[in-house]
Design a protein around this ligand. Sequence first.
Ligand code: GUN
Length: 286
Amino acid sequence: MTAQVIDGKELAHKLRVEMAEEVAQLKNNGVTPHLTVIILGDDPASKSYVNGKKKASGQTGISSDIIEMPSSASEQELLEKIDVLNDDDHVHGILVQLPLPDHINEQHVIEAISPDKDVDGFHPISIGKMMTGDDAFVPCTPFGILTMLHSYGIQIEGNHAVVIGRSNIVGKPVGQLLLNEHATVTYCHSRTKNMTDFTREADILVVAIGKPNVIRAEHIKEGSVIIDVGINRMEDGKLTGDVDFTSASEKASYITPVPKGVGPMTITMLLQNTIKAAKGLSGIGR
Ligand code: GUN
């Protein structure tokens, strides 16, 4: 079998065109969705992600700004900044770029963001609502993965989904979303024994390990759907996923490439969440 490639770049583009129309309509109703991103320090990867978010917002008609704070900023200063943004009616979405410097408690920061403006979907209220299947802001990468599966008509209900990775940002929420849609879900992680016993049984395999090319054809089931969340920069400067695309694509039915797979969908879902926040806060679409 040769897998069909799930083209995240093309899907992201299509969705952003649709969102741009929705944003234009919101503007006609006097609401300009606005996203504020806070970044501490000058880590090049974080800066590049944040700039990508600003650029994509602008292309969709969403206004945005970036607040740059020094890595020496105190937790109190950051929490005070978030308070100001929580009270600012022009700001619909607040995102604090992670990771934060070690002297700042990430959970305090996440919990300081108003749940109405939690476009990352990391607030405990958002997570709780997601678990109970209520309407919620859903973390962007998992939301992007589910949107890809839906868009390609991939069966979730009744299928066995195996998630490798249990981070709060990707692994845990993507498993929960798959469960909400009636998949049978198994989580694997660094302490899992005989992981291949699970991966070979997966109808849908979501791989978020963070190491290049570790999942190969011999680890997967014939005809399975492979979602590769990894973004690894190789010595030659090229990006590669956690899955060995060449061998896995000969056995899978669908596979996401790296780059142009899950990555472009993540920012797209952030835009979607910002529009949702703007509609919720302005009372449109309730
Ligand atoms: N750092 C890496 N991914 C993310 C994300 O989705 N949101 C935030 N806030 N920081 C990140």
